[in-house]
Design a protein around this ligand. Structure first.
Ligand SMILES: [Zn+2]
Length: 283
């Protein structure tokens, strides 16, 4: 595969590129070092889907053939050493609701209908339950509390970012399982970067109102009266505001829209695209 453009490289540690039989995915070194989880963020490389879904589309919600998506899951799960029926996917709506899941949710969204409605964040303390979220520009947030052995996974689009789903996920981990923010490891995965996420002033203003004291880190003036928004910083800042340590946050700093040879990008490909999947499971 060709070298991915590292947009706005972070001084913090990056994600690692992994490969299994031609399937390329990313992992978080700090998560691997705990030995507590299996996890990954997929690319579009290594699947069987054709055309705009080329090739590792992992969403059943797009117009790809379900047989192809199932085969793609088989390959991705083999790379991550998990079983497809261990996975659980919520019905995401770009909101900020977080749901705690257990064995009764196994297979939902993959091998059977998901009954987890209007949910963009999942948390659990159950080993062997693989949390999954679908992404094609929206930010994946991975959470691991190694002390209480608790995980969380969020789908943080721009609306979810402004609605602080990252903070909601951490708070839910605290309420359900006693997680403390300062113990948590966090990964901010590949998504649309500040290089490509151009918005009009109403959207820019939502970010400025959410973080007035950090507006210069998050919102920059662009061309033709537009603005660019840095979703990675908006997510990092909201997590640090709740007590997550800077040294515990790993940011991939990889832009999906700049790298459509490697990632699906809803915006760059004008909706004619597939989805990557973030996966996180306690072993
Ligand atoms: Zn970009």
């Amino acid at each position: 595969m060709q070298k991915i453009k590292q947009n706005f490289p972070s001084s913090r540690r990056a994600f690692l590129e992994r490969s299994c039989k031609g399937l390329i995915y990313y992992t978080i070194p700090a998560f691997e070092q705990t030995g507590l989880v299996k996890h990954g963020f997929s690319t579009r490389l290594g699947g069987v889907s054709k055309g705009e879904f080329y090739s590792l589309n992992l969403s059943f919600r797009r117009k790809d053939s379900p047989e192809n998506v199932r085969e793609n899951y088989k390959r991705y799960c083999r790379a991550l050493e998990i079983q497809p029926e261990q996975a659980v996917v919520p019905n995401a709506v770009h909101g900020n609701r977080v749901t705690a899941v257990n064995e009764t949710h196994r297979g939902m969204g993959i091998t059977r209908q998901s009954e987890i409605w209007e949910t963009d964040g999942l948390i659990t303390n159950r080993p062997g339950l693989a949390l999954v979220s679908w992404h094609a520009d929206c930010v994946p947030l991975f959470f691991l509390d190694p002390l209480h052995k608790v995980i969380g996974l969020s789908h943080s689009g721009w609306r979810g970012t402004v609605a602080k789903i990252g903070q909601r996920t951490l708070k839910a981990m605290r309420e359900h399982y006693g997680t403390r923010a300062e113990d948590c490891l966090v990964g901010i995965g590949p998504s649309i970067g500040p290089c490509c996420f151009e918005v009009d002033s109403p959207v820019a203003n939502e970010f400025i109102e959410a973080w007035p004291e950090h507006k210069n880190e998050i919102v920059q003036p662009g061309e033709d009266g537009k603005f660019t928004v840095n979703l990675w910083e908006a997510n990092r800042i909201q997590l640090e505001q709740l007590g997550v340590k800077k040294s515990h946050i790993t940011t991939a700093a990889l832009c999906t829209a700049c790298n459509t040879d490697v990632f699906f990008s809803h915006r760059k490909e004008k909706g004619r695209t597939g989805s990557m999947a973030a996966v996180l499971m306690l072993v």
